[in-house]
Design a protein around this ligand. Structure first.
Ligand code: PEP
Ligand code: MN
Length: 367
C-alpha cells in the first residue's frame, strides 16, 4: 500500500508516518517522482508537490488496521493498497515515467536510446573502431561484454578487467556512457567503477544476491528478461533492485525461449506495452539476442520501436564473421547504418502516438 501526504505536509508529519511504518517492522519508501525532485527538499513550501510513501514488507492480516490508522495520522491525504506483488516499480505507486540520465544520455523521456557495440570486447582496436563508428551514426550508449556468460565453459569468456579499461577509454573518447554485464555480486564494485550502467543478463535475472548488490551499487541497472521468465517474474526481479534503494532500472526484452527453432529466441513484442502499462520503468528491446540472426535484427528493431520501446540494444562488430561470440547476429557497420535509418524514421512516426498510449496506461492503471 502507499500513503499520499497532503499538499504541504510538514517534515514532522512525513516523519511521523515513516515512524509508524517502521514501528510495525515494515519499510517506508518515498516516491522520488519528478514533481518532488524539482521541488527539492523544502516540502512545506513545495506548492503542489506531494510526498508519497510506499510501505513494503509482509503486511499480512494487519492491512485493515494499518490502513485505518494511517488514514487518521496527521498530514495523510489517502491510503491506497497496491494490487500487484511488485510495489516500488509499479505504476500504481509511481504513475510518472521514470527518466534516467547518465552523462548526456537520457533514457525514457520519449527520445530513442540506442545501445550499440560488440557482443564481447575482443581487443582495444575492435572496441574503439566499433564505438567510433556507432557513436558517429546515432548510438547514444556504447555496449561491450567484458565478463561473458557463455553456455560452454570452453568458449571465449571475455577480457575481464582489461575489457573494462577499454570501455572507460571509449567513454573518454566518445563522451557516451558505457554499459556492460556484471555476472556475480563479487564483480559489482569493479564493474561499477568502470561502467556507467550495469547490465544483468538473462541467465542471471533471478540471481537475487546479484540483484540486491546491483541495487546498492549507485549506478543505473539494465535488467534483461530471463529467457524463461514471465513478465511478473521479470518485474519482481526489478523490485529486488528497487528494494535495495535503486529505482534507476531499465527493462530489456531480449527474447524468450519458445518451441520455435528458426530464430534463437522469440522476441516478445507484447512485453513492451505490457511493461509500460504495469511499471514506470523505461523498456528497451534487444533484437540481436532475440533473433540470433543478422538479417532479422533490422525488422525486429523496427518492430520494437513501433510498439513503443524507449530504445534498442544491438550488437555491432567490424568483421562479424570473425567475432569470438555471437558471430551470426552481430551487424556490420553498413548494417548498423541501415538499421538506424529505418528506426529513426519509425520513431519519429510513432512517438506522439505512444505518448497517448502510455498516458492511457497510466490513467487506467492497473488492469
Ligand atoms: C549480452 O547482452 O551480452 C548478453 C549476453 O545478452 P543476454 O543476457 O540477453 O543473453
Ligand atoms: Mn551477445
Amino acid at each position: 500500500m502507499f500513503v499520499v501526504m497532503r499538499t504541504g505536509a510538514t517534515e514532522a508529519e512525513v516523519n511521523g508516518v515513516k515512524g509508524l511504518i517502521l514501528a510495525e517492522g515494515l519499510t517506508p519508501f518515498e516516491n522520488v517522482g519528478s514533481d518532488r525532485v524539482n521541488a527539492g527538499t523544502d516540502r512545506v513550501n513545495a506548492g503542489t508537490a506531494r510526498v508519497v510513501i510506499a510501505i513494503v514488507g509482509e503486511i499480512g492480516g494487519r492491512r485493515p488496521q494499518l490502513m485505518a490508522r494511517l488514514g487518521t495520522t496527521p498530514g495523510v491525504a489517502t491510503v491506497t493498497p497496491i494490487s500487484k506483488p511488485y510495489k516500488l516499480v509499479s505504476r500504481e505507486f509511481h504513475p510518472e515515467d521514470t527518466v534516467i540520465r547518465v552523462l548526456d544520455a537520457v533514457i525514457g523521456d520519449g527520445t530513442l536510446t540506442v545501445m550499440a557495440g560488440p557482443c564481447s570486447i575482443e581487443s582495444r582496436e575492435q572496441l574503439l573502431a566499433t564505438a567510433d563508428f556507432v557513436a558517429g551514426h546515432g548510438a547514444t550508449i556504447i555496449r561491450g561484454g567484458a565478463f561473458m556468460p557463455r553456455t560452454s565453459p570452453y568458449s571465449f569468456q571475455g577480457l575481464g578487467v582489461e575489457g573494462l579499461r577499454y570501455l572507460a577509454e571509449v567513454r573518454e573518447r566518445t563522451g557516451l556512457p558505457v554499459i556492460t554485464e556484471v555476472m556475480e555480486p563479487s564483480q559489482v564494485d569493479i564493474v561499477a567503477e568502470y561502467a556507467d550502467i550495469l547490465q544483468i543478463g538473462t541467465r542471471n535475472m533471478q540471481n537475487f544476491s546479484l540483484l540486491l548488490a546491483c541495487g546498492r551499487a549507485g549506478r543505473p541497472v539494465m535488467l534483461k528478461r530471463g529467457f524463461g521468465a514471465t513478465i511478473e517474474e521479470w518485474l519482481m526481479a526489478a523490485e529486488y533492485i528497487a528494494s535495495a534503494g535503486n529505482s534507476q532500472i531499465i527493462l530489456c526484452e531480449r527474447g524468450i525461449r519458445t518451441f520455435e527453432t528458426y530464430s534463437r529466441n522469440t522476441m516478445d513484442l507484447t512485453a513492451v506495452p505490457l511493461a509500460h502499462h504495469f511499471t514506470h520503468l523505461p523498456v528497451i528491446v534487444d533484437p540481436s539476442h532475440a533473433t540470433g540472426r543478422r538479417w532479422l535484427v533490422k525488422p525486429l528493431a523496427i518492430g520494437g520501436v513501433a510498439v513503443g520501446a524507449d530504445g534498442i540494444m544491438v550488437e555491432v562488430h567490424p568483421r562479424p564473421d570473425e567475432a569470438l561470440s555471437d558471430a551470426e547476429q552481430q551487424l556490420d557497420f553498413a548494417g548498423f547504418e541501415q538499421m538506424m535509418d529505418a528506426i529513426v524514421g519509425v520513431h519519429e512516426h510513432v512517438r506522439d502516438l505512444h505518448g497517448d498510449l502510455n498516458a492511457d496506461a497510466t490513467r487506467s492503471g492497473k488492469g
